[in-house]
Design a protein around this ligand. Structure first.
Ligand code: ZN
Length: 830
């Protein structure tokens, strides 16, 4: 597999400019392949020079350059050499391409509900040549004219507005200049809801079998879309530039969504077929708003090379939360960022693979993809918040508008962004950018107070930079004190030394809990002082601001990961504070982290049943206290269903008996119940098969696979491993489901034989599964629950090998780092 290097990209963009693409796709050629014709007009700075065109076909039929056929006998499967170029050129490529089932290129999925087929294009990061011949790099932007032949009952959508020109034939309007990685075509018997907002035609689309929930939920999706358009228009002063705006909820999508101009693709689990929680709708709304921010940041102005991809993502991440808080009903969305996004980034910072937000070398496209993680999103967004605290919001917004106007329809780099911010603020930002953007790592921040007669006698704030990545990062933070639910003090300050006296706090009343970074404005590990840590179980639920409570939860979770806090203490906080928590982002994110990481990895095996019982009891209390049928009740019911050991209750729910209100006939809820029963060995595979018969959908199929894989007996594991690693043509999502279910069994002897097989069989999937999809499979399939030195030793041995692909290597590095955190915690706390 070739992998475009930065040097190759620079040389090519110095030599050529693309005038335009004409792409014709014939999707009516059966289920395996499609026909692709690509006409590229481009200029060349130097007559007689050579370059290459990217195309990854199943069969390359014909290539002509300026009307002359090129001899293809030496074609390497990926690059066509173009030599003796004129000053103006036209290359025409016709090829037969393969559909994919790993979410990259032109993905084709079959809906098991009705056997209908759906196609969507995902060309990020370097998959465009799997769809059409092109110069595949982000800084060769050009307009597109696309035509599509499709089965007559399909609709076609793409970057330009689609018009049906005949039976099964479609033409898409000429686009503005776009980078190749934004190209998409979505085609199939999709169903649609359309609207117009402020002159912009809007469309929302999903599989036909999702028609009912799509139509029920479209109003909320359209509302967020309209609110986000209004907000961005007023903030940037630049109207949405890409014509129509379609959002296509597509099957088996690897990421959350992709910001293709005019035609965003989103994972279709966001169309909730059953009951949905406030937290789920918030997450979907944040994704909608995030992709819309990209229309300006990323799409209108695109990074010159992949090393600045972070700038797109930091900005979209920051803007989506800002928009939710300021322009929609989700006014406390930053709490979700604290709970759902920042722990992801903090975990990434603790790994050996950590890297600066900006300035990673990214010598080639694939290495850029490996660095596309929680640091690019969560740390980048937190860094932008620190930038705003540093230069002020008006300067930030005017700098953004300046940046967007100066580079519209073209490309830019970090230096251009910083220059715009310096012009707008009148400040030199080089030192700030070096510390925050060009240096990896996160500081630890703590506040120590000494008290006398219920008053603070002295207070000190400490900033501890990581030894491996020293830097002088200034932090704009606040420090708040709480006693029995009353805010005793709050101090806004800048921490720009490793130790400083907080003289403003001297003489203030002492507080039972002192929370540094209480509004979560900065990026740091928060170390709670010993008295606060001891007070958390009794005091946390009374703290009035959800944002401050979220900072405490995150500090506890980080403390456990760093082997500084006993995981049993976190469990004690859960027992006292989770059921009464009012913020649903906190409830859900704490629940997920506890059930999926803290208990199975940090709590010793013999204590895990007891820990799940604590969770199940708290969830049952939450359910009993919640308004029946409410979002909160639904969330609580799901946690009872996932963690309870009461098999009679679970079996009754599986049969539809005495279900909590609103959950009758809810297939997703039933699968949560069935999943727990399957893991416990309380139902047999025939019962799971019967459940699948009652839910013959794509979602049902995945839940069935996961539940089958999670059954605790040896034959189930043998079957699941063979399904995961054998040649069954399984889709990316099916592999994920099998991997996610696999490592469950109360008797770990059943699992142990598969540890060695992970390191041989999963890397071997590389030939069949694309890198993007394989990264997820390799992470999910890692034996994280076998927290043993031998697992770490096997990881280390695997990383010595030279045959791992970049994404498998990165998945093992990161999973191994997680495992070592759990080993370190168990070494300290038992
Ligand atoms: Zn994004």
């Amino acid at each position: 597999m070739t992998n475009l290097t930065r040097l190759e990209a620079e040389a090519r963009s110095a030599l050529i400019d693309v005038i335009g693409y004409r792409v014709a796709l014939d999707l009516d050629q059966g289920v395996a392949t499609f026909e692709s014709s690509s006409t590229v007009r481009f200029t060349c700075a130097e007559a007689g020079a050579s370059t290459f065109l990217d195309v990854k076909p199943q069969r390359l039929q014909r290539v002509t350059l300026n009307g002359v056929a090129i001899d293809l006998t030496g074609f390497d499967g990926e690059r066509v050499e173009l030599s003796a170029l004129a000053l103006e050129n036209e290359v025409v490529v016709t090829a037969t391409m393969s559909y994919s089932n790993d979410g990259q290129g032109l993905h084709r999925a079959v809906d098991s509900a009705d056997e209908r087929h759906y196609v969507y294009g995902h060309t990020f990061l370097d998959a465009a040549p799997r769809v059409f011949a092109c110069f595949d790099q982000p800084d060769l932007k050009a307009p597109y004219d696309v035509s599509v032949i499709a089965p007559p009952e399909w609709i076609v959508l793409g970057n330009g507005a689609a018009t049906r020109t005949g039976v099964g034939s479609w033409a898409l309007a000429t686009t503005k200049p776009l980078a190749t990685y934004f190209f998409t075509v979505c085609a199939g018997p999709y169903v649609s809801v359309t609207a117009v907002h402020d002159g912009i035609p809007l469309g929302i689309h999903a599989r036909a079998s999702l028609r009912e929930p799509l139509e029920r939920q479209a109003e909320q999706m359209l509302k967020i879309t309209a609110q986000s358009f209004d907000y961005y228009h007023s903030l940037f002063g630049i109207r949405y530039p890409f014509g129509e705006y379609h959002q296509v909820y597509v099957p088996e999508f690897n990421a959350g969504a992709m910001e293709n101009p005019g035609c965003v693709t989103l994972r279709d689990q966001y169309v909730f077929r059953g009951a949905m929680t406030h937290d789920e709708v918030l997450t979907r709304s944040s994704t909608i708003s995030h992709e819309m921010a990209h229309m300006w940041f990323g799409d209108l102005v695109t990074m010159k090379w992949w090393d600045d991809l972070w700038l797109n993502e930091s900005f979209a991440e920051y803007m989506s939360y800002r928009t939710l808080c300021e322009a929609t009903e989700f006014t406390d969305a930053w709490v979700d960022s604290s709970m759902a996004r920042k722990p992801w980034g903090y975990a990434a910072e603790r790994m050996p693979s950590t890297h600066p937000v900006a300035g990673s070398p990214a010598p080639d496209a694939q290495s850029a993809l490996q660095n596309f993680d929680g640091i690019s999103y969560a740390k980048g967004a937190a860094t932008l918040r620190q930038l705003i605290a540093h230069i002020g919001d008006p300067a930030f917004i005017s700098g953004v508008a300046d940046y967007l106007r100066s580079h519209a329809y073209r490309n830019a780099a970090l230096v251009d962004f910083l220059a715009a911010m310096e012009r707008a603020s009148g400040k030199d930002l080089q030192g700030w950018a070096d510390a925050w953007l060009r240096t990896a790592g996160l500081d630890a921040i703590s506040v120590e107070t000494a008290t006398e007669h219920h008053l603070i006698r002295s207070a000190t704030v400490r900033r501890t930079p990581p030894r491996a990545h020293p830097a002088d990062r200034p932090h704009n933070i606040d420090v708040a004190g709480f006693s029995r639910g009353t805010e005793v003090f709050r101090l806004v300050t800048t921490v720009d030394q490793d130790e400083a006296v907080l003289s403003e706090l001297v003489g203030k009343p002492s507080a039972r809990m002192v929370i540094p970074n209480a509004t979560d404005l900065t990026w740091a590990t928060i170390r709670l002082d010993a008295a606060t840590l001891a007070a958390v179980p009794a005091e946390l639920s009374a703290v009035p601001q959800a944002q401050a409570r979220a900072v405490v939860w995150t500090a506890l979770i980080d403390g456990v990961a760093l082997a500084e806090i006993d995981p049993r203490h976190l469990l004690a906080v859960l027992a006292t504070s989770w059921a009464s928590e009012s913020n649903q982002s906190i409830i859900n994110r704490v629940g997920v982290l506890m059930a999926q990481r803290i208990i199975p990895e940090f709590i010793p095996v013999e204590e895990q049943d007891g820990a799940y019982a604590v969770m199940a009891k708290a969830a049952a209390l939450m359910l009993a206290q919640a308004e029946p049928g409410s979002s909160r009740a639904l969330m609580a019911a799901r946690y009872v269903a996932a963690t309870s050991a009461e098999e009679d209750l679970l079996l009754g729910w599986a049969d539809g008996e005495q279900l909590p209100e609103g959950l009758a006939g809810d297939s997703d809820f039933r699968w949560v119940v069935m999943g727990n029963l399957a893991r416990r060995g309380a139902i047999v595979s025939a019962e799971l098969d019967a459940a699948l018969d009652q839910d013959r959908t794509m979602a049902g199929n995945l839940k069935w696979l996961q539940a089958r894989a999670s059954a605790p007996d040896a034959p189930a594991k043998v079957w699941a491993w063979e399904q995961l690693t054998g040649e069954h043509g399984r889709s990316n999502y099916e592999l994920n489901a099998l991997a996610a279910g696999f490592w469950h069994a109360s008797d770990q002897e059943v699992l142990r034989p598969f540890v060695a097989r992970y390191f041989s069989d999963v890397p071997a999937l590389a030939g069949r599964v694309g890198e993007d999809a394989l990264a997820r499979v390799a992470t999910l399939a890692y034996p994280a629950n076998l927290v043993e030195a031998s697992t770490a030793a096997r990881s280390a041995a695997a990383l010595e090998r030279g045959d791992l692909t970049a994404s498998v290597r990165r998945a093992i590095v990161d999973a191994d780092s997680h495992l070592r955190e759990a080993l370190a915690s168990r070494a300290v706390f038992g």
